[in-house]
Design a binder for this molecule. Sequence first.
Ligand code: ZN
Ligand code: ZN
Length: 656
Amino acid sequence: MKSSSWMLMKCIARFQASRASVGRLAVQCPQRLLHSLPYSHTSPVAATGEWQSVLIDEFTRCCCQRDLPGAMEAMVSMQKNKIWADPITYSELIKCCLARGAVQQGRLVHAHLFFRGHRPKTFLMNILISMYVKFGLLDDAQELFAEMPERNVVSWTTMIAAYANSRLNDKALECLILMLRDGVTPNMYTYSSVLRACLGLPILRQLHCSVIKIGLDSDVFVRSALIDTYSKWGELDNALHVFDEMVTGDLVVWNSIIAGFAQNTDGDEALHLFKSMKRAGFQADQSTITSVLRACTGLALLELGQQVHVLVLKYNQDLILNNALLDMYCKCGSLEDANFLFSRMSEKDVISWSTMIIGLAQNGFSLEALQLFKSMEVSGTKPNHITILGVLFACSHAGFIEDGQYYFQSMTKHFGLEPTREHYGCMVDLLGRAGKLDEAVKLIHEMECVPDAVTWRTLLGACRVHHNKDLAICAAKQILKLEPHDAGTYILLSNIYANSGRWDDVTEVRRAMKEQGVQKEPGCSWIEVNKQIHAFILGDKSHPQIGAINMELNQLIWRLKELGYVPDTHFVLQDLEGEQKEESLSYHSEKLAIVFGLMNFPREKAIRIRKNLRICGDCHVFAKLLAKMEGRTIVVRDPIRYHHFRNGVCSCRDYW
Ligand code: ZN
Ligand code: ZN
């Protein structure tokens, strides 16, 4: 790509020098060009007798009425008499061929237009190229393009867009280089296509420069394509820069920047921009709502998500929006809302079914998830990899070993789906939970693909629950080989060594951590109260109500102790630092967030917490007992799973 990038730079420079005197060139789009053309018989008509015009009239009538067989018949007669109709009629005929998927007829029109040395106008050739592209016949399009004597901006752009859509990114870029060499000015459509095909940041920067020099940087489509591409490469600062330069707003550009942040998991900024967009007087459309839902999903903002639901209602039964909404409800742990929405969706695709099955499974409703899978089979919707993942997750979650093994084997047999690393991971989890650690290790070795850190972490989780120190050390070492910056695993490994009195090994782990520059991430929990997010960090006393929260927490702990709660600081296989374990056990961020929820919510409202680290054993016991004592529902979403605490038990069945 280096050479192509260099060539592009040279060409842009040469091109800019050559067009300095040309002045501002008109921007053309295929549709506009087509409609601005005068309706005239521009092709040479061999004879002008009355019967010829009758033939042309008949042909035109058939084309206008979309009578394909009639038009083809008239075209054959015209060809025999060397008569051609006007280009607009042919463009109508080609549209008709495209609508019917009539490839053969399309080719006949092509042959007719070039019959006996006849040459159609450039714009008609462009329509033929675009016809081949739409039929997926890229070779034919390429051949015709190569034969064209005067290729204009539409011809080049059609080819570039075709390459970009077929993910032939090199070809698209090469085509732009040739276009510039030919002295043809790219327009906004050329740039929006070529930007999509952009292969890396250096080329993106050059394209951006050339956009500015050609004077297309204020164009909405180009701007939105630039923002999309910068976001795709994770360059959000640059994306925001392009956005901020915009003088007059446009919904397309707002959507690009909001989607950019939502896709790069910066939901806060996406929501902030969404608010600014509304203040600027723009109405959200489907694309905006999808991004906002994605942001709510990432941040587990149920209340805001419910508000967005109201916006979705406007787009009555839009499948993509409904699926995004369903995902948001599942990921925010509100299965009531998800079930309600799912039962009312008039149209459901494999994504809807899979989202609901996974949602049920992840939130601890395994039986319901498996029942739903059966309903899905009855409905005739074919499951995909993701669906089966949800089914296996449900089995492992509930300890249904035989069901899990049955579905794992049947995915290839019944549905023709090859198991991926994720499916193996679910099976390792299934066996690990049941204490069949040897079988889990055996399965890891049998995997067709190389196990990744997630697979080993699953095994480590099983070792933690079943107190298998040796295997835990083994799994932790594998994780650190793949992810040498994983603070949690280092601390866990060091704790295991410390508990076994292997002090040399403890020192070794500490040294490796220092060497790798591993930073410990403090525990942090978030809760949404009155549409405001409150964050609690371990040891941080900055929350304005921290005094009242601590007082309430101490009272609750005291009452819980009367009911038999013993703060547990002796979780052997734990990934918490010593001081975090003991001194500040009662100040763990999730405890503070739960108590804050308790103080602010009415009894019937579930307390929903999101946490950055795995919940610790003590907080898990605390939440279970508190849920029972106070008659509350507490939902904690950590990076691994969901915990629904109700009436003294957790949906994870104490396995996490
Ligand atoms: Zn804790
Ligand atoms: Zn739990």
